[in-house]
Design a protein around this ligand. Sequence first.
Ligand code: ISL
Ligand code: CA
Length: 557
Amino acid sequence: MKKWWEECVIYQVYPRSFCDSNGDGIGDIPGITGKLDYLKALGVGAVWLSPVYDSPNDDMGYDIRDYRKIMQEFGTMEDFKALLAGLHERGMKLIMDLVVNHSSDEHEWFRQASSSRENPYRDYYIWRDGKNGREPNNWAGFFSTPAWKYDERTQQWYLHLFSEKQPDLNWENPKLRAEIYDMINFWLDMGVDGFRMDVIPLLAKNQEFPDAGPAGDETEMQVDSAEEAPQYVFGGEHIVLQPRLHDYLREMREKCFDGRDCMCVGEGTCVSIGQANSLLEDGRELDQLFQFDLMDVDGGASKWDLVPLDTGKLKRKLFEQQEKICRNTLFWSNHDQPRAVSRFGCTQTEELWKRSAKMLAAAMHLMKGTSYLFQGEELGMTNFPFADETELRDIESINFLKEAKKAGTQDKAWESILVKGRDNARTPMQWDETKNAGFSAGTPWIAVNPNYTYINAEIEQKDEDSVLNFYRKVIALKTGNAAFSHGDCTELLADDARILAYVRACGEEKYLVMCNMTGETAKAEYPVRLKEAEIVLHNMDDVQEWLRPYEAVVCRL
Ligand code: ISL
Ligand code: CA
């Protein structure tokens, strides 16, 4: 028997940008509840809600001040319960975001912990003495800062892999773990159906806290004086998939998930394709994992290094995931990534925008695995033409630009932010042609993409040929047809870098999916003659011999 989460398409809502019900410019929970029929009509079976907990929003809700309270701007606990009930009434599930690698520095635990070294909560976080007047080690954080911050009051350093307002929790401490499990059970008892677990592979840290760097390299960041600036290095080998992580996840399953019909999907930060199954294999840790290799195909040493898209590489990664990851997930984007069509498709003309957005829908979501859509993807929403830094809201981009200015590389940094900045995904959902795309009657917290005049839900609902209606068809195939929901997936044309081609098969039912991922017509030895094939889904009106730019076709074999 397949589990519900293996059979449905899951839709990610970024609440701040989804729908503002009271005109304060910030999306909120009643706003989401008002759109449930839209989601139902799209055909999704579950919603993953980015964090809605009380937060000072240093990292837009990923810095939690109170795990059992709803963020005031988003509404009340009653509003939350109404959302949950509204989903359940329509036969949809709700997955919450679980951010437990770190809390906010405004969380009561941290306020206590940082008040004195003797405080009973001290050990809920990770404190160390400095070395030579500097950080305890050379670890770099994710947001262009060192990973440690000095606390004047208690004269020790605390670890924060993300912003300094996101201190890392100390999972070594059994009391902290018990509090987290209680909190998880609080939400499960209320009826939520699962969790998306933020940066879950980073929970356990090497307790020696050694410097990071090439093994055996004694020079790492040995700094001899407080004046000399050390080189900070990402401490991956000491924080990703450490042995204790597996103990924690197993314990969590025992204390929270066993005996319940819920699911957990982990954000597989820094987990390679080959490592993914170590968290999935025996079903005692995670149910699913987001593996991020696709998100790195157009990056270099860092995501900010812009590398042109190599569709051959993209294809290899996709099929490697198919082959090696049990219970695979499929996604083109999320709230941390640029918009899929701007990144993997083409926005040069309106026609190619539409065609390539549809091609991406078929290419990804008809593969084997649970599909995750990010809000607006189903409309073909695009990256935002940020004019200058005053339009940025995301701490990652803001910090990156600040550091680039110091180094005199701000022009290059700005180019990267336009292409890769997380705010691209966070501009308001485009509902209709009215003011602010129908997102808010007030002033939105982040600018609305000017293309809402033709990319919006209302227009697309009415247009048979829209990206939205194409997504509906893809979702209907994915969830209503055994070959697509759990049939085998076999790659074809593996040596052709331009065409993504595969067969989905379940018993006698067989379908061929062929997608031209490039802007050129792609002649090749096709497995079928398109003109004679029984076409069940197509993003163009007529059939020719060869796939035209971004053409996608699904035929029954
Ligand atoms: O966003 C990224 C790349 O731009 C990632 O490095 C990201 O920071 C990483 O995947 C962790 O993401 C998650 O945790 C962060 C939060 O900022 C992200 O929004 C969240 O998805 C810290 O909680
Ligand atoms: Ca609001």
